[in-house]
Write a new protein. Structure first.
Length: 238
């Protein structure tokens, strides 16, 4: 259990246990506030239409009205933050989420930080400081994916968080084995994406291809593990 391991670490190392779930969500909320404040402060200096989409070469190829562009990501993140707060309370297997709650909470912090980085990047680009936006996205996604790998390695079976296939949701054994593999693959995907930063317009493929492979492998692996358990549980026949 994650909480048990953390509590043991704190006890053995004399680190004061002063941060709870509410504190971690306050950190996540602070990122949302930072995005909103930046939107308000920079609005007068921004063009009427803002670049909000870039192609694989890092060139802007889509725009949006300023008000919408400045409000979209902060508002979306605020809504998702409410959803993230509700998940541990409404999941029928909420006691399993409680077992890895600190890791889950830090994922919420990492996710809101990820969206804030993207929002800040959009604003800065539209202020005239042009750069290859695709590389920023890839670096940010790599960081997010790496922590998703950490989250998967700690996740217990539940209905909202993790690799939810019919086979992982039907067996704790299949869930645990699939998530151990998925955690490693997400971390590997993050590292490959970082390598892609050195390959210019081909960088996006260093993220998309490993991500698709990770999704496919984990789904197939969960089915394989489930069928293997079913075969092992069947009584031998003469």
């Amino acid at each position: 259990m994650a909480d048990v391991r953390i509590a043991r670490f704190i006890k053995e190392n004399g680190v004061p246990n002063t941060m709870n779930s509410r504190h971690r969500f306050l950190i996540a909320t602070a990122f949302v506030v930072i995005s909103g404040v930046m939107s308000v402060l920079t609005a007068p200096a921004l063009p009427a239409r803002m670049a909000i989409h870039w192609n694989a070469a890092g060139q802007p190829d889509g725009t949006m009205p300023k008000v919408t562009a400045l409000a979209l990501l902060p508002a979306m993140t605020a809504v998702l933050l409410v959803v993230f707060a509700l998940v541990p309370r409404i999941d029928p297997l909420r006691e399993n989420i409680a077992s890895f709650r600190p890791v889950y909470d830090w994922f919420v912090v990492v996710f809101t930080a990820f969206i804030t980085v993207i929002h800040v990047g959009v604003v800065v680009f539209n202020l005239g400081y042009e750069f290859d936006f695709t590389l920023l996205i890839l670096a940010a996604v790599a960081g997010l994916f790496y922590y998703v790998g950490v989250l998967l390695e700690h996740a217990e079976r539940n209905w909202f968080v993790g690799i939810r296939t019919p086979w992982t949701l039907s067996s704790d054994v299949v869930w645990n084995r699939t998530h151990r593999l998925g955690g490693r693959l997400f971390k590997l995907t993050a590292l490959v994406a970082l390598v892609g930063l050195f390959f210019g317009e081909y960088a996006i493929y260093f993220l998309v291809v490993p991500a698709l492979l990770t999704a496919g492998i984990t789904i197939v692996y969960s089915y394989y593990r489930y069928e293997q358990l079913e075969d092992d549980s069947e009584p031998a026949t003469e």
